[in-house]
Design a protein around this ligand. Structure first.
Ligand SMILES: *[C@@H]1O[C@H](CO)[C@@H](O)[C@H](O)[C@H]1NC(C)=O
Ligand SMILES: *[C@@H]1O[C@H](CO)[C@@H](O)[C@H](O)[C@H]1NC(C)=O
Ligand SMILES: *[C@@H]1O[C@H](CO)[C@@H](O)[C@H](O)[C@H]1NC(C)=O
Ligand SMILES: *[C@@H]1O[C@H](CO)[C@@H](O)[C@H](O)[C@H]1NC(C)=O
Ligand SMILES: *[C@@H]1O[C@H](CO)[C@@H](O)[C@H](O)[C@H]1NC(C)=O
Ligand SMILES: *[C@@H]1O[C@H](CO)[C@@H](O)[C@H](O)[C@H]1NC(C)=O
Length: 383
């Protein structure tokens, strides 16, 4: 055998003999009774796992509930960490931070992290819903991230946020909060590239998945959303900001009991673009406005129209079926100065959720659109 082959075999034997090491939070003095503060045990276990050079496992064991306060787990680590969330995590039922806009559990600067297991994170947000902006699980600057299987519920604000992460793969996540909880988006992405989200169930009463500024190449498939506001791009261009979103696809998904299904929203006065968007294969049930482009997004009553706007182009809707609760189930509202370009609708059929009121689409300022087998017909989108 050649020397490199022998060396390779030796290394392989050594690795499998020694194996990877497991860092169990219980070995770092976690109590796991849902009462004692286990923040420090999580931080210590993380530090040890992060320093390990052979694919360590960080274990939050099953059958226990760990209470943590605001916890930040940072990289870069010496190897990829396999974070197994088998037990549950709960936020304190007292004020866990004094800072503005904080997260219960944040991963920053960690590459090749895997977070998975059958555990659940309970943000216990009920106490704070009317007051604060505290997220439950956040990832910032985490490249090559995998998140699988876990459940997150009752966040005080967004449930999962992703900022400046490249290469994200999310599967089989469950996110729940009561339908009337405010601002509790399921997942929110900003400045992220190369993301796939699949096979997940999100029902929080707010956006199921929201895609913010600086995102590109995001594929979402097989996500059941509801009750909630569906899949949303934006809002972009607030206060004159220049922002971009590109190459987003949402396929084989559903939205039940929501405000919107497939939505793009931008403010007047901004600049930048949203382009290359596909919404394909979506079943909607009792959704107020299943298809919506709003270039006049405004959360107060006194927004002015401007001559600049975030440009919207190359947007495709196909195979969207189901029921709406508003007589205008398709609203495409584009600005006069920056009309939408390349809006394609094909095989869309929407009917009233209750009763037989005839439906009509609303559409203004679209250039170069195409409509094929769309009911209710969209008039302003023409060749
Ligand atoms: C990485 O490993 C080296 C030694 O192998 C150690 O000195 C260093 O602290 C480790 N890095 C981290 C982030 O723990
Ligand atoms: C959430 O953040 C606010 C500040 O925005 C803070 O006052 C509040 O205590 C935090 N909520 C929790 C549950 O810690
Ligand atoms: C995203 O993925 C594409 C194709 O796999 C790759 O070419 C590109 O470099 C990736 N983008 C980033 C920012 O890593
Ligand atoms: C998203 O889907 C498109 C078309 O199927 C594919 O070209 C692209 O590589 C996918 N991107 C990611 C991040 O999976
Ligand atoms: C978006 O997709 C188009 C067409 O596939 C490609 O040319 C472009 O580079 C992509 N943009 C980004 C930011 O990945
Ligand atoms: C802005 O323009 C839209 C479309 O032309 C129009 O419906 C709306 O009333 C305008 N808003 C204001 C505040 O002028």
């Amino acid at each position: 055998m050649a020397a490199p082959a022998v060396l390779g075999l030796l290394l392989l034997t050594l690795t499998s003999a020694v194996g990877y090491k497991t860092y169990n939070v219980l070995d770092f003095k976690a109590v796991g009774d849902g009462q004692a503060d286990d923040t420090n045990a999580f931080v210590q276990a993380w530090a040890a796992a992060c320093a390990d050079t052979i694919r360590p496992v960080l274990l939050v064991p099953p059958g226990k509930t760990f209470l943590i306060g605001e916890t930040q787990l940072s990289g870069p680590c010496n190897s990829s960490v396999d974070f197994q969330l088998q037990g549950n995590v709960v936020a304190p039922n007292w004020q866990w931070t004094k800072k503005d806009k904080t997260n219960l559990l944040t991963f920053t600067n960690v590459n090749r992290l895997t977070l998975h297991g059958s555990g659940e994170i309970d943000g216990r947000g009920q106490l704070w819903w009317d007051l604060f902006k505290n997220k439950t699980l956040a990832f910032a600057h985490c490249n090559d991230l995998y998140v699988k299987g876990i459940t997150i519920k009752n966040s005080a604000d967004k449930h999962m946020t992703f900022f400046a992460c490249v290469g994200v793969n999310i599967n089989w996540i469950k996110i729940t909060a009561p339908g009337d909880s405010p601002n509790t988006d399921g997942m929110y992405f900003s400045s992220c590239q190369n993301v796939t989200v699949s096979g997940s169930r999100i029902g929080t009463g707010d956006d199921c998945i929201a895609i913010g500024p600086g995102c590109s190449n995001i594929n979402i498939s097989s996500v059941q959303c509801g009750p909630g506001h569906g899949f949303s791009i934006g809002s972009l261009g607030k206060d004159g900001a220049t922002q971009t979103v590109e190459n987003i696809s949402v396929s084989d998904s559903s939205v039940t009991d929501g405000l919107t299904g497939a939505r793009i929203k931008t403010w007047q006065g901004g600049s930048g673009y949203v382009r290359g968007v596909v919404f394909e294969g979506m079943r909607v049930r009792s959704v107020q406005t299943p298809i919506m482009i709003d270039q006049f997004y405004c959360t107060s009553n006194n927004c002015q129209n401007h001559t600049t706007a975030v440009a919207i182009s190359d947007v495709h809707y196909a195979n969207i079926y189901g029921t709406a609760t508003d007589v205008n189930p398709i609203k495409i509202l584009c600005s006069e100065s920056v009309p939408c370009q390349g809006i394609h609708l094909e095989k869309v059929k929407l009917s009233m959720a209750e009763g037989t009121t005839p439906l009509t689409s609303v559409c203004i300022n679209v250039k170069d659109g195409q409509v094929n087998q769309v009911d209710p017909d969209v008039q302003c989108v023409a060749g």
